[in-house]
Every structure is written in C-alpha cells, then in structure tokens.
Design a protein around this ligand. Sequence first.
Ligand code: GRF
Length: 192
Amino acid sequence: MLRIGVLGSGKGSNFRAIADAIGRGGLDAEVRVVISDVASAGILELARVRGLRAEFVEPGRFKTKLEPEAERRVVEILQSAGAEWVVLAGYMRMIKPPLLEAFPRRIVNIHPSLLPAFPGLEAWRQALAAGVAETGCTVHYVDAGMDTGEVIAQRAVPVLPGDTAETLHARIQVAEHALYPEVLAGLAAAAD
Ligand code: GRF
C-alpha cells in the first residue's frame, strides 16, 4: 500500500485519474493529502469533493520554487498526514533540498514529453514546434534538476497532421492518465 501526498498547481486531471484508479481497486494506494501552491487550483477542489485533506501553502516571493519556509511547511504537512511517497501532478515549481531530503527517491513526477526530449514548460508545444512525429509522457523520479531524474516509464503518443498545441496536449493527457496510475501500482507492488 502506497501512502501518497499529491502536489499540484492546476486542474488536477492526473490526480483524478490516480484517485479513480484507487477507487476502482486498480491501485493499492491511499491519498493522505493534496497540497497546492495555488489557492484556486482545481486539484484542491477535486480533493475536497472526495473528502480528502486539501491544503494550500502560500508559496512566497519566487515564481519557480517555494520559499524555503514554505517548502518546510509542505514537508511538515506531508509527514503529519503520513505520506510516504510524494506524487507531483502538474506541480509547477522546482523541488528543493527540504523536500528532496525528506523523501529521498520517493518523489515522482509526470512530464508531457519523452524525456530527455523537451524538458521544461509546455513540452507539447516544444514537440510541435520541433516537428517530431512522436512525443509522449514520462514518469520519473525527481531530483534537483528540471525534469532530469531517472526515468521510470514512458508512453509514446503520435503527433498527427493538423495537430494544434491543444489537440496534442489532450492526446498526451489521455496517455498520462493511463500511465501514472500504472506506474504507481508498480511502485506499490514493489514496496510490499
Ligand atoms: C500535465 O500535462 C503534466 O504532464 C504536467 O502538467 C500537466 C498537469 O495537468 N506536469 P493536470 O493538472 O494533471 O490536469
């Protein structure tokens, strides 16, 4: 059984896929808390309607990382909630030592490209601009770099003629919603 804390900044469709997989019995995990750096993020609302603990942490003055004090608060919340793994699901900030050191090799992320291709923001847009025939998504361990941690699993997605950034991102997200729960189920099985 994987006890997870989920961090997200956005609409939370990956969180929903994970919570649904748990609900169906396809993933032996428990969401102990959902934390966001955005007070109005859809992911917090999705957690609340499921009766899960949902916490907003004021991020502080930086755009790309949390203020160290805020990151320590995140660690405190995760630990008090009994989370053993940290699942990043559309979390838009870099992870720094307070969190990395509290959960060594226990933080995973999903990224919308076949890493190491197209790290960083709006990877689907980067793929489209590069003219590749195939992109996809990657679940990886998180380290101090941007989308540089060890790859756990990937799923390829074709780029189709006439694709826009939106249609391509939507197709990648369908793959993400299948891949992320599958990878977590694998981690849960390995943790037993
Ligand atoms: C996903 O495309 C994910 O790969 C990226 O951010 C997006 C999050 O979407 N890291 P959602 O909030 O899970 O809907």
